[in-house]
Write a protein that binds this ligand. Structure first.
Ligand code: FE2
Ligand code: FE2
Length: 204
């Protein structure tokens, strides 16, 4: 997807989503570019997914649930008890990006789908967009500067810290926690520290 296509997406997005969301999306696009060049991810994939990552964020919960059911039998996403806009807009955003913005590249669609919660088998591009959403310059929350510091040199460490901050925040707010967030953080932690995987007896 070249500059012209990205420009067309920006024009359409600006008409469809609220202005503050559009500004956030542009900052995530730019942060995704910075992280992609720092860590060797595909620039175009990361920029496109960063720009479109919240294209479904302002749909109503009813709209999100209806679209989520259209994702088909291989849909991934939250357990139905966890249905809420924050968790559904990632997977549904991938559908909207394909149908409304003409995105066909599965790497872009996956990064959009996984930007909120992540996945156990995240690609470099998935990680870049997920982290860019946490640390774009408009973000202010406890711990964000620590995540930005880690993101200067260690993508996985920054993501592990970010997911930990999310879990802490949810615990402090007495909110439901999507079990996937814990599973994904564990997978990243094992991968980055070379901990043995569950069932792996080779290190015993
Ligand atoms: Fe989002
Ligand atoms: Fe976002």
């Amino acid at each position: 997807m070249g500059n012209e296509a990205l420009g067309q997406i920006r024009t359409r997005l600006q008409m469809v989503i609220p202005h503050p969301r559009y500004e956030h999306s542009r900052r995530v696009e730019e942060e995704s570019r910075r992280l992609a060049s720092r860590f060797g991810a595909d620039l175009e994939v990361c920029a496109t997914a960063g720009l479109l990552h919240d294209c479904a964020r302002d749909l109503s919960l009813d709209q999100l649930i209806a679209l989520w059911h259209r994702l088909g039998p291989d849909r991934r996403g939250p357990d139905p008890v966890m249905f809420n806009s924050a968790l559904l807009h990632g997977p549904v955003g991938a559908l909207v990006a394909r149908e409304e913005y003409g995105v066909r590249d599965p790497r872009v669609l996956n990064a959009i789908s996984r930007h909120r919660v992540g996945a156990v088998d995240m690609t470099l591009e998935d990680k870049v967009v997920c982290l860019a959403d946490y640390i774009e310059p408009g973000r202010r929350f406890p711990g964000v500067d620590a995540i930005r510091g880690l993101a200067q040199h260690d993508l996985d460490a920054a993501l592990i810290y970010a997911l930990g901050a999310t879990i802490k925040h949810l615990v402090d707010s007495a909110a439901l926690i999507d079990a996937d967030v814990v599973v994904i953080r564990n997978a990243l932690l094992r991968e980055s520290t070379k901990m043995p995987k569950a069932g792996d007896t080779s290190a015993s």
